[in-house]
Design a protein around this ligand. Structure first.
Ligand code: ATP
Ligand code: MG
Length: 402
């Protein structure tokens, strides 16, 4: 097969490829960008594989960066853009179900393609558009199948993350997992426990944000994989509920985790525990807590000015997006105009501060000060106090008296 009209991303990289070939080495586009191009999908980044060793690449190009030289990856800068170029390699060993004991650079493209996870991820394409397909990936693309390269059982023993990747690509492309591959996942799902949570996290979130997350969740349930990722084992029923939702479309990881937290009915402390188990960042945990709380308010119809203020616009829109999937959302325009109409959007906009109150002799430094400021903030947000200096000073005096 030869692709005639290469997308721009490939065209721009052609001179780089040609230069490698001029030096007598092979160079191919590999991985997801080739797959997505054959499918007619947009691509973002191109991966390049070569028979040249990293040192040889560095001799060919003047501007390079060692981005992952121990794995054979060198970045070549061409026309202000960086291209990751990775030497063909084989992997062997895999005694721990996740990482090869030995990585070896090789000159053979076939050896490199053999280590790749699925037939549709094992294409190589020359700069002129000629596609190499050693494992009949084109047929699998046509039949919408995710099939392991080689023996699926062995491949999942080498790296158990591939099971999660199978589910991710099935969701991304709206493909099915081929039956032998699926059977091997069922038999090996337990091996997921050996995999670093961070790697599972990435694949899981991508799966949920892709086209067909409901199928992804069903795949995780039917293969028992859900039992071997953090904190899902006791939530089978809720996961099934999510898989039954009419419309499930998540645009970022906060939405993913907030939907799960909501469906699992987790409170603030439980969300923290849940997401710590997934090794989420503190920012993600914080945002998920806030967003989940707002979803609850939308559900109970108790979303008032103060809770909109506390949530913030961005998370409010996300919460409403999830509420929509459940059918208890508010018209987004209304919600946004209500939010925009709040007198202040954060504490810093209050025209008096603690220093002013102390300076005017209204409050002494100490716990009362914090309380007074909080009541002012609350009063402003609810529209009971104007955010003007004289009025705030008067209001503060009254609060202190009470
Ligand atoms: P995406 O468009 O989502 O980035 P991708 O196919 O490029 O999809 P990557 O995770 O970026 O996926 O990996 C790039 C390529 O590296 C894959 O297409 C596959 O050939 C190979 N690969 C990645 N991870 C593995 C793995 N765990 N086992 C075997 N091959 C892998
Ligand atoms: Mg990729």
């Amino acid at each position: 097969m030869k692709i005639e009209n290469l997308p721009n991303e490939f065209k721009k990289a052609r001179p780089v490829m040609q230069k490698i070939e001029d030096d007598g080495f092979e160079a191919y586009f590999v991985g997801g960008s080739v797959r997505d191009t054959i499918l007619g999908l947009d691509i973002h980044d191109v991966d390049i594989a070569t028979s040249a060793y990293p040192e040889e690449i560095k001799k060919i190009f003047t501007r390079t960066v060692d981005t992952g030289i121990e794995h054979g990856t060198v970045m070549v800068i061409h026309n202000k853009k960086g291209y990751e170029i990775t030497t063909f390699r084989t992997e062997s060993g895999y005694q721990d179900f996740r990482r090869p004991d030995k990585v070896e650079f090789v000159r053979s493209l076939a050896e490199d393609l053999k280590r790749r996870d699925f037939t549709i991820n094992a294409f190589a394409m020359r700069e002129n558009g000629e596609v190499t397909d050693l494992f009949d990936g084109l047929t699998d693309l046509k039949n919408h199948l995710i099939r392991a390269v080689g023996n699926p059982n062995e491949r999942f023993h080498e790296d158990a993350l591939r099971m999660m990747r199978a589910v991710r690509f099935a969701s991304k492309l709206d493909f099915d997992i081929e039956s032998d591959t699926l059977q091997a996942i069922k038999e090996n799902s337990e091996l997921l426990e050996k995999i670093a949570v961070e790697r599972i996290y990435t694949e899981f979130v991508k799966m949920m944000m892709a086209k067909r997350p409901k199928q992804g969740i069903l795949d995780m349930i039917n293969t028992d994989m859900y039992k071997y990722v953090p904190e899902f084992a006791s939530h089978r029923d809720e996961l099934e509920e999510i898989a039954k939702m009419d419309e499930l479309s998540l645009s970022d990881e906060i939405e993913v985790w907030s939907l799960l937290s909501s469906e699992f009915n987790l409170d603030r402390i439980e969300i923290m525990r849940f997401l710590k188990a997934w090794k989420a960042s503190n920012d993600v945990i914080k945002s998920t807590e806030i967003c989940t709380k707002a979803i609850e308010k939308l559900r109970d119809d108790t979303l008032d000015k103060w809770s909109m203020y506390e949530t913030g616009k961005e998370l409010l829109v996300k919460a409403n997006h999830i509420a929509k999937m459940y059918g208890f959302d508010k018209p987004e325009d209304d919600l946004i105009s209500q939010y925009d109409a709040l007198p202040i959007k954060n504490k810093k906009e209050i025209v008096v501060n603690g220093g002013d109150l102390i300076g005017n002799g209204i409050v002494k430094p100490g716990p009362t000060l914090g309380k007074v400021l909080f009541e002012l903030e609350n009063g402003i947000v609810n529209g009971d106090i104007l955010n003007e200096k004289a009025e705030l000073i008067e209001a503060a005096k009254k609060i202190v008296k009470e």
